[in-house]
Design a protein around this ligand. Structure first.
Ligand SMILES: NC(=O)c1ccc[n+]([C@@H]2O[C@H](COP(=O)([O-])OP(=O)(O)OC[C@H]3O[C@@H](n4cnc5c(N)ncnc54)[C@H](O)[C@@H]3O)[C@@H](O)[C@H]2O)c1
Length: 264
């Protein structure tokens, strides 16, 4: 079992939502955090909130789609703390739209998901995770660190209408742990650096609270738990995945009992 106490977490998307909840959880258990986010203002607010728990908080502005930013973030963690033990690449966005929308009366397509809607989600949720993981794991290996890479997939990985961009990136997140674990196994690293993904359902963050209230109420009706998952509950799952070293190479769902499967 690993201890969170004194371990170092690098969290992208750490300025808000699940990333911020994880940072708070890490500090409450005696860990140290580097929060990274593209939004400087979110980072500042997050830092003042987190400093109420501990002085072991560092922040860095980082656009995860930028290779140099990701390298600087990983270097900064090593400079400040001498190690990286948890990599949580949680920065993510949604830009929902149907791929094609025909007009109800003419039957002809009048709207399409734009290339920008597709590519911007892929750039942040997929390429951004690749860069974060590659740069942080390189420093973990070179500095002989033990720990976990914990990605964030989603129940959307199973296929949600209106999210061909998002669902595709989250499906990729459920494959990454298998690839990384197999590669680290071949290189004799898998006993020291594990890789998993958590796959939340609907979590009560800004991302979900953007959904119009009537549509959100309909979603909540479908959740056996009767409410959204709390960001703190996802953070607690990450903590358990970190501690328990027999959990490796897989995806761990957390959704309050949602019926899983492809839905229209
Ligand atoms: N909220 C949910 O219901 C839910 C469910 C499943 C998975 N997830 C995943 O959890 C992760 C966090 O989501 P959340 O709900 O906390 O969202 P959120 O919108 O509350 O937070 C996301 C954070 O990512 C940051 N960010 C966006 N683009 C960035 C970039 N290019 N570089 C660095 N930071 C960037 C934002 O500034 C923001 O602080 C995402 O990957 C999301 O897909 C969320």
């Amino acid at each position: 079992m690993l201890e969170i106490k004194d371990s170092v977490a690098v969290i992208t998307g750490g300025g808000g939502g699940i990333g911020l909840a994880l940072a708070e959880y890490w500090l409450r258990h005696g860990g140290k955090v580097l929060i990274a986010d593209v939004a400087e203002q979110y980072l500042q607010t997050a830092e003042s909130h987190l400093k109420e728990w501990s002085a072991n908080v560092r922040k860095i502005v980082c656009d995860v789609t930028n290779e140099e930013d990701c390298a600087k973030m990983a270097d900064f963690a090593i400079e400040e703390y001498g190690a990286i033990n948890l990599v949580a690449p949680f920065a993510g966005i949604i830009k929902d739209a149907m791929m094609l929308s025909p007009d109800a009366s003419t039957g002809k397509v009048t709207r399409k998901m734009t290339l920008d809607q597709f590519q911007s989600v892929v750039n942040i949720n997929l390429t951004g995770v690749f860069l974060t993981v590659r740069e942080c794991a390189e420093r973990m290996i070179n500095n002989n660190c033990r720990g976990l890479i914990c990605l964030i997939s989603s129940t959307g990985s199973l296929g949600t209408a209106g999210q061909i961009n998002y669902s595709s990136t989250k499906a990729a997140m459920s494959v990454f742990p298998k690839v990384v674990t197999a590669e680290f196994f071949r290189r004799g690293l898998a006993d020291k650096i594990r890789c998993v993904a958590v796959a939340p359902g609907y979590v009560g963050t800004a991302m979900v609270k953007k959904i119009p209230p009537a549509a959100l109420a309909k979603i909540v009706e479908q959740i056996p738990l009767g409410r959204l998952v709390e960001p703190e509950e996802v953070a607690s799952l990450v903590g358990e995945l970190y501690r328990n070293e027999s959990l490796a190479g897989d995806v761990y769902f957390i959704h309050g009992g949602l019926r899983l499967g492809s839905k229209g």
